[in-house]
Design a protein around this ligand. Sequence first.
Ligand code: GLN
Length: 242
Amino acid sequence: MSASALRVAWVYPDLLSTYGDQGNVLVLERRARQRGLSVERLDIRSDQPVPTSADIYLVGGGEDRPQRLAAERLRRDGGLQRAAANGAIIFSVCAGYQILGREFVNDLGQREPGLGLLDVVSVRGEGERCVGDVLADIDPSLGLPELTGFENHQGVTHLGPGVRPFAHVRTGRGNGTGDGTEGAWRETVFGTYMHGPVLARNPKIADLLLRLTLDVSALTPIDERWYEALRAERIAAATQTA
Ligand code: GLN
């Protein structure tokens, strides 16, 4: 981590912010500040270069056309790939998750190259769009409580041997392959289909990103009552619709 402030880059708010993704930035910033960390927030619009100096990169969800434009610009720019090669922490949601993969099917029905930061390939699902509340168990090796989120995607994502499933669904569709997997991760790069915004509903994931940045195993406990109330409500909603 850089000596002065924790640098959080929000990648392409002009293209990838359809699903309240700013909430993820706000939660991460707030939980860092509550631990006495100063935060420098970088909102990187799609006409700006992606800096390689940030500690954490957040890449949000988007509709099909903005998703293609974002992928084209990120490929051309190369900053996110360079940051990843330097070991940056990257957390991506839905369209952002698909873009981080090897390939996805774009709004023109064509195979579009991704950034190759996650060993996943997304295709267009033939069935109904995956929409609704999700409850899932996160990879036990990450030591996190159950995942709650809202999914809304047509894409179906197949995982290769270079990644592990981020979670396994109890209710909902996740990657949409029928094998129960949801999202993918390797080392410090994460992808999920969960909106919500996902860090508001799962603040311990924000803490995981902070712990990875600081290279510590624990953070000072903070007041979780608001988050717990939200989690309880959404977990009940996912269970009722199951
Ligand atoms: N366009 C992608 C899909 O439908 C991603 C949608 C999203 O980000 N919610 O699969």
